[in-house]
Structure formats: structure tokens, C-alpha cells
Write a protein of this length. Structure first.
Length: 436
């Protein structure tokens, strides 16, 4: 917390701060609200979450006055959370609305502590809840998107006024308010996206995203220890990498930044001196090299068969709308005359099978334990022979390639391998493309 506050204080320009939850807290909330609970469960959960935050206040803040004030603000929020949890336990229901409402409390609590810390360090700061401020979403629970127009016109005047008064707003990331008023979250890591929306609304020139890693790497260093940091990416490259498994930033972050022409700098809280990754418009003379390989595990293939599937009009639309109803995300789709192959999360397979069967699909096959490798770089469309180099490297390891997809985005190729082969295949491709 002190490291974070130090970084904020060191930045002398006028700024708004967007914060995520204290490490581990969102996970606690998500787990707790994953099923209905008893009163006793709620009591012990509330004790744990309240202790975690008040301990932090005791550790991070030095004066008793500031500590007392912060605890008072924390308690006010905790009471709201507790009431909602009791409510859900009495009606014995957890619905999407309750789930989103509960998940966002990590942020409502963390902003109080950091704002208090800044005030103690002599910077005037104020905790701000995104729903009250007016970050407006499309109302989709769990995976909301920001309505940028509505958000800009609501929050810009408020934020500008605060900045003029010399107050740094410390805004909750991760969620906003649906047009009808309910809280909707942007999905895990959503604070990055919130920050990009705030930056866009304010007309900021730079968005700094402070993480616990050095930015984007050429590959996951846990798989390939010689992975290199990537100094610069285009918006498309960063978005594809984030979507296909590089968990550095939320995949939607690049959209508000791109439309506001805002440079994103991803930096490491624990190594502020490291250059990190800059994400900006690559321009005409951009760097056309291959930048990175990202990996994604826990996927499954669902194959839908039917005579002349490829001839029938609207089959893809039917399948997509069935899966949409079941809230199953499709990562990739490849079709042939007799079969449509879809890549989905492993955890969604049973749901997918059920809705597709109910929707009239008679023949289906599923294959579990797939992993996806995605190769990203602005130059992909122009590099001749790249695909053959990649697949040769994979074949040399005796690894079989499943679904292949190329050409949808000019900056990304992806293909699947058995999950057990992922590390080996990744090392081979990294060696082939980056020489280490
Ligand atoms: N606290 C949320 C999460 O853990 C949002 C974020 O960290 O950006 O996913
Ligand atoms: Mg987080």
C-alpha cells in the first residue's frame, strides 16, 4: 500500500487514480457468493474481511486520527455488504445482480485505505465509488462494457472540478452502474478497463497501469525462463495477447485508450525503474516483428456435426445464439461442410452440450484438455513462411496441432494443442521465433 501511495505521490501532474481491490479480496468475495450461505457463514466471512482491511489500516497509516477515520469509513461500507449477504442468505438466492453487487466491495474498501494514506502523506485525496461518480455500463452482469458517451458526460465535469480544487480522486475500478441503477462488473482484472474509461473521459494523454509484473513478455516466463520483456505494442497486439491468455491487462482496456489516442504504460509497482511496456498506435512505420506468444489452458473443443452443415444458412447464428443464452463464450470457431468446431472454456462444456442438444443438435463430440497458443505481431500478415516455421517447430517435438485459425486478425494466429503438450510446444516455438 505504501509503495502504491509513493508512486502516486511521486507523479506531480494532475491525475486521477483508479484502484483495484486488495490482493485476494475479490477472489474471497467471488468464492463466498458462488452459492447460498447460512447466517453463520456470513458472520465468519464478515469477520475475516473486516479484519483483513482494519489490519491494513493499522499497518499502513501512522496517526491514530487517520486510522480511526478510515476504520469508520470502512465500517460504513462493510455494513452494506453484510446486509446484502444476509439478504441473499434469507431469500436463499444468489442471482447475477447480487453477485455483481457483492464482488465490487473489494474496491469500495481499498479506495478508502489508499485515499487515507495519501492524505496522511500530504496529498489531498478522496475515495470515490464508480457507481456514484457515474461510470455507466451496458448493464450486462459479469461482463459489462462501458457506455463511453454517457460516462464522459457524467464524470468529466465532476472529475475536472475535483482536480481544480487540488483533490486527487481515488476511484474504485472493476464496476460501474447500469442505466437502471444496478451495479455491474467488467470481469476479472476489470480495473484496467475502468482506468482506461476514466482516462478517455478526462481526455488524458497517458494511462499508467501499475501491476506486479514488468509488463508484457515475449512468452510466459513460467514456461520459458528466458522470456524477454516487450518495450512496445500496438493496441491490437496488446488486445489480442490479453484476450488469448497473457493476463497482464484486461482485454477491453485498449478500446477506450485507442479511441482517446491515449498511450498506455504498463509498469511494475515493485520495480518502478523497469521500462515496462508502452501500448500506443503503431503508425505506418510501426514495428512489424513478431512480439509474443500467449497461451491459454483449460479449453475444450465442441464439434457439431450435421449433413451439409456448411450449406445451411444461419447455422452459425443458431449455434451462437444458443450458446449466448447459456452464457458460453466462444474463443474460436472453424467450419467445414459437415462440422462446426468451437473452442470453449472447459468448465462450460456441459452447459454447451445441454443447450445445443435442447436446441436440436443430434450429433456432437467434445474433446477436453485443449490448450491454445497465440502468436502475435503486427507483421504476421506479411511474414512469408512463418506458419511453416511454427508448425515445423511444433512437429519436431512430436506434438499434434488441432484447430488452426489465422487471418481473422492481421496481428494474431492461433492454434490448439493437447494441454499436456503446451509447455513443450511453447518452448519450441519461442526458440524458433526468438532464438532463446
Ligand atoms: N478486483 C478485481 C479482480 O480481482 C478487478 C481487478 O483486479 O482489476 O479481478
Ligand atoms: Mg486484480
Amino acid at each position: 500500500m505504501r509503495q502504491v501511495a509513493g508512486i502516486i505521490v511521486a507523479e506531480k501532474e494532475k491525475k486521477a487514480v483508479v484502484l483495484s481491490a486488495v490482493s485476494g479480496v475479490t477472489e474471497m468475495l467471488v468464492q463466498f457468493i458462488s452459492c447460498t450461505r447460512t447466517e453463520e457463514d456470513v458472520d465468519s466471512f464478515m469477520k475475516a474481511i473486516s479484519k483483513l482491511h482494519t489490519d491494513l489500516v493499522d499497518d499502513a497509516l501512522t496517526t491514530e486520527k487517520c486510522q480511526a477515520l478510515a476504520v469508520e469509513e470502512l465500517v460504513a461500507k462493510l455494513v452494506k455488504l453484510e446486509r446484502m449477504l444476509y439478504g441473499s442468505c434469507y431469500i436463499e438466492e444468489v442471482n447475477p445482480r447480487i453477485r455483481d453487487y457483492v464482488q465490487c466491495f473489494g474496491e469500495r474498501l481499498s479506495v478508502i485505505i489508499v485515499a487515507a494514506l495519501l492524505n496522511e502523506m500530504g496529498i489531498k485525496a478522496k475515495p470515490v465509488d464508480a457507481d456514484e461518480l457515474g461510470i455507466i455500463t451496458d448493464g450486462e452482469y459479469g461482463t459489462a462494457m462501458v457506455n463511453m458517451e454517457a460516462t464522459r458526460s457524467t464524470i468529466r465535469p465532476k472529475l475536472m472540478k475535483g482536480l481544480q480544487d487540488g483533490v486527487t480522486p481515488v476511484i474504485t475500478g472493476f464496476f460501474g452502474r447500469a442505466p437502471e441503477g444496478s451495479v455491474t462488473v467488467f470481469g476479472r482484472n476489470g480495473s484496467d478497463y475502468s482506468a482506461a474509461a476514466v482516462a478517455n473521459a478526462m481526455g488524458a494523454s497517458v494511462l499508467e497501469i501499475w501491476k506486479d509484473v514488468d509488463g508484457f513478455m515475449s512468452v510466459d516466463p513460467k514456461i520459458v525462463p528466458s522470456a524477454r520483456p516487450i518495450p512496445q505494442l500496438s493496441y491490437d497486439e496488446a488486445a489480442e495477447l490479453a484476450y488469448f491468455g497473457a493476463k497482464v491487462v484486461h482485454p477491453m482496456t485498449m478500446e477506450p485508450a485507442r479511441s482517446g489516442n491515449i498511450e498506455i504504460r504498463v509498469k511494475n509497482v515493485f520495480r518502478p525503474e523497469a521500462p515496462g511496456t508502452a501500448i500506443k498506435d503503431s503508425g505506418k512505420n510501426g514495428d512489424m516483428s513478431i512480439k509474443s506468444i500467449s497461451c491459454m489452458k483449460n479449453l475444450s473443443l465442441v464439434k457439431v456435426f450435421g449433413e451439409g452443415t456448411g450449406y445451411k444458412l444461419g447455422v452459425l447464428a443458431d449455434i451462437a445464439s444458443l450458446l449466448r443464452e447459456a452464457e458460453v463464450n466462444i474463443y474460436s470457431v472453424v467450419t467445414s461442410l459437415t462440422c462446426i468446431a468451437l473452442l470453449v472454456d472447459k468448465k462450460d462444456v456441459a452447459k454447451a452440450q445441454k443447450v445445443l442438444t435442447e436446441g436440436g443438435v443430434t450429433r456432437m463430440e467434445t474433446h477436453a484438455n485443449f490448450a491454445l497458443m497465440c502468436i502475435v505481431g503486427e507483421g504476421l500478415g506479411y511474414h512469408k513462411g512463418l506458419a511453416s516455421r511454427v508448425f515445423k517447430a511444433v512437429a519436431k517435438e512430436g506434438v499434434n496441432v488441432g484447430l488452426i485459425s489465422a487471418g481473422a486478425s492481421l496481428v494474431a494466429y492461433h492454434f490448439t494443442v493437447d494441454e499436456a503438450d503446451l509447455d513443450k510446444a511453447t518452448r519450441a516455438v519461442h526458440e524458433e521465433l526468438f532464438g532463446c
